[in-house]
Design a binder for this molecule. Structure first.
Ligand SMILES: Nc1ncnc2c1ncn2[C@@H]1O[C@H](COP(=O)(O)OP(=O)(O)OP(=O)(O)O)[C@@H](O)[C@H]1O
Ligand SMILES: [Mg+2]
Length: 438
């Protein structure tokens, strides 16, 4: 029933989007400036994603098959399909109001009201599907039906369902997240605990790197890097292939020798400490390419992450990781090599967490994953962030990384060329053209 998971996941994104639209609209009504780019991006997302991908998926597969299996479903399905048909028109009307209000031809209150009407109906629609249609589908559809639906939903060459179009939708969603005014952040910042996010800038420094250099033979891969991470902060390090991102993380965790500069962690100079000592101080890394131990069981891989920890707490910590990643619990005694790429990534992150990190270093956690799994990995990172974890995140997926980061650094051939808040970097022309493909 992967298809239902996909649909529910999409509902939860739409729900968050509706909540954010409401929130921003009521701020506008209360006198805040009109966030036109945010509204435009959100409406674009709804028309491209919801009207063009999500609804056809439901109509053509889920609803069609459900009608075949149950006559009682047809009434509710008729209503939902009618909503789907009217979707583009309703959206066009809202868009016209947005244009009018931004040109001063419509009072802000009228626009806010229109937004609320729209989001109310969107939410009502989602509720009906979640409460009535999905349970019916679970009950009535046959395994043959599911095979057909699942196959359609995972057809990677289909123009609507392909990985490429999913990736576009994801980028678009990240774009809305980045455009959403501060306190909204589309469920990202609202998840934040007090010790992270907005208040992170007042927290003490946890990591302070000064003038860091590192070489491979005669090649200098890091040429004097200055970087800071505060307690509870999520800091993204982005840059092209070969910029030195991995080298930098390895230098912090102590597996890569440094030739100049210093690393302070919680005010202690750890530049000369061995890597296991740094791990005991609370620096744990999820390495590039995951590097799980294939022949060992999943549970043993996790236990390895806890080798610096007192034994009595390992069982409890293991349960916490299993609660976070239920799939790992289900497969706990299987060799790690049998896991899919996304699951191995969860394992690598889980293994790092078993070391009870005070700061976790993530090296390209979304690398090589299908778009939906990328989303899941980022959800995990958001959860960690919301729990107050300090995170140094290296990503090829610069947009997504900067969208959830408090601050970011851009690395080019071993040197930092730009730094700023995630928001500033996403809007920086240089970053956009170099890393965001815009
Ligand atoms: N083991 C090695 N021996 C020699 N040179 C290396 C080695 N590892 C990396 N380098 C070089 O150091 C530089 C930085 O590499 P690094 O792997 O840190 O980059 P990166 O930013 O992580 O790249 P990617 O995005 O591809 O992971 C590159 O020029 C690379 O060729
Ligand atoms: Mg790398």
């Amino acid at each position: 029933m992967d298809a239902l998971t996909i649909i529910s996941q999409e509902h939860s994104n739409m729900w968050r989007l509706a909540a954010s639209l409401d929130h921003v609209a009521s701020d506008v009504q209360d006198g805040a400036p009109l966030e036109t780019p945010f509204f435009e991006a959100a409406l674009d997302y709804i028309s491209l994603f919801v009207d063009r991908m999500h609804h056809p998926k439901e109509d053509d597969f889920l609803f069609r098959l459900l009608r075949l299996r149950s006559a009682e479903a047809s009434e509710v399905l008729d209503a939902l399909e009618a909503d789907h048909r009217h979707g583009p028109d309703n959206l066009a009307q809202l868009r016209a109001k947005l244009t009018a209000v931004s040109q001063g031809q419509l009072p802000k209150e009228e626009f806010s009201k229109a937004v609320k009407l729209y989001t109310d109906s969107l939410r009502g629609h989602i509720k009906t599907e979640e409460k009535h249609v999905l349970p019916l589908a679970r009950k009535l559809l046959t395994s043959q039906d599911w095979a057909e639906i699942d196959q359609a939903f995972s057809n990677h060459s289909d123009p609507v369902f392909s990985d490429q179009s999913k990736a576009e939708f994801r980028e678009l969603f990240h774009r809305i997240v980045s455009l959403a005014p501060d306190p909204v952040g589309l469920g990202v910042s609202s998840l934040l605990s007090p010790q992270s996010g907005a208040t992170a800038s007042q927290q003490p420094l946890l990591l302070k790197v000064q003038g860091l250099e590192s070489c491979y033979g005669r090649i200098k891969a890091l040429k004097g890097i200055d970087l800071e991470v505060r307690r509870g902060e999520t800091v993204a390090l982005v840059g092209a292939n070969g910029a030195g991102k991995t080298t930098f993380l390895r230098a912090i965790s102590g597996v890569q020798p440094i030739s100049a500069g210093s690393i302070h962690f919680d005010e202690e100079d750890i530049s000369k400490l061995r890597s296991d000592k740094r791990m005991r101080r609370g620096i744990c890394q999820s390495p590039e390419g995951r590097q799980v131990f294939g022949p060992l069981s999943i549970e043993d891989n996790l236990r390895l992450g806890a080798y610096t920890q007192p034994r009595h707490q390992v069982a409890g910590d293991l349960e916490k990781i299993f609660a976070m990643f239920p799939i790992l619990k289900e497969k706990r005694s299987l060799p790690a090599g049998t896991l899919s790429g996304g699951q191995q990534q969860m394992l690598a992150i889980g293994r790092a967490l078993m070391g009870r990190p005070r700061m976790v270093l993530l090296d390209e956690p979304s690398m090589g994953l299908a778009p939906l799994l990328v989303e899941e990995v980022f959800n995990v990172i958001k959860t960690l962030k919301s729990q107050g974890m300090t995170i140094l995140l290296v990503e090829q997926n610069a947009f997504a990384a900067l969208a959830i980061a408090d601050r970011g650094y851009v690395l080019e051939t071993g040197a930092v060329t730009l730094s700023g808040t995630g928001e500033e970097l996403i809007h920086n022309e240089q970053v956009r053209s170099a890393y965001l493909g815009m």
